[in-house]
Design a protein around this ligand. Sequence first.
Ligand code: GLA
Length: 394
Amino acid sequence: MLNASEELRLQEMDSIFLTHYGRAAEVVLRAPGRVNLIGEHTDYNDGYVLPAAIERSMLIACSPRTDGKVQAFAMNYNYSTLFSIEGVQPTSDTRERWSNYLRAMAWVMRRQGIEFTGADCVIQGDVPLGSGLSSSAAMLVASGLMFTSLAGAVIDPVKLALLAQQAEREFVGVNVGIMDQYISALGKVNHALLIDTRSLTYKAVPLPETGVSMVIADTNKKRGLVDSEYNTRRSECEQAVAILKNVYPGITALRDVSVEQLLAAEDELPDSVRQRARHVVTENQRTLDMASALEAADLKRCGELMNQSHESLAHDYAVSCRELDELVAAARSISGVYGARMTGAGFGGCTISLVADSALEEFSEKVPALYRESTGLEAVLTVTRAAQGAERIR
Ligand code: GLA
């Protein structure tokens, strides 16, 4: 189902589709962005994550073609692209970066034997780009749904998430975990998903429907270092596993190490590797604890866990930055804020705060002002409920 703002966006897309292609769009798909409540940098360690899909999405309106070509008009860029499915290649043209996701998904789906004969499409999104809210996962998952729909096929959403992850890894070139694609494909209204990234199963955890809101605040600091630092963190985690295996031969990932086990063996690890492992191992536990606290409607405990997660990401995992820290501090200075932390890969992007509804007004006035004072930057706030995952609308 579309929300009111998506309905409006789709009306405009329909009319642009008609002008652009001289016919109506037969199929419409939507895939949401996400915010992670807790469980950061745990997904590539086989661990737990607790994200929710948000009320910001990628919409694609399309109709089939029969000549093996995909033509797409991206409304956000006022730019068209055309490629043949057969010879699909990534492109280094910077105006075409967005269409790489479409190409990537076409390539991955073809390799899976999903046969489609081409498409005309119009794409429009309101997930902020480069802000750590997974606009790329939303684009990949929506494109994947489009190609399956056009092939007259049905796809299991976990499979769709895995293919989207593959596209991002192999074609776009970032070695990401599964969280973003999974939550975009499987999100549930008013729920966060406690995802076990090893078994790829989840438990839906209800979010409070009244009294408290999830507030996303964008630092407006575009994430710079993220790709190379991301891969460095991954290899530090692998290094930790290789060393800890000497002490605990049964382990295959940091997911298998308990907080107590790590404490008992941490002298074996070089300094930075020890810190990275400490973040992952404690964050896994916090994620499980947060799911229990949400189920018990213990918001105070949720807030404490979110605060601890931020400190761990800032000091042990070293993926925060001054802007994220300032925004988190500004949020925490408001009474009525249960907790605040960075969300996503880090080095910029967004924070997430759990805010009592009675404090929302004060939050919107004071947090951006405090942040402006300390950084000179404008924070952009979004209050969101948890949204449904990807779906075919028409
Ligand atoms: C990015 C990746 C995810 C996850 C987060 C950090 O969003 O795409 O797989 O690793 O960073 O938690």
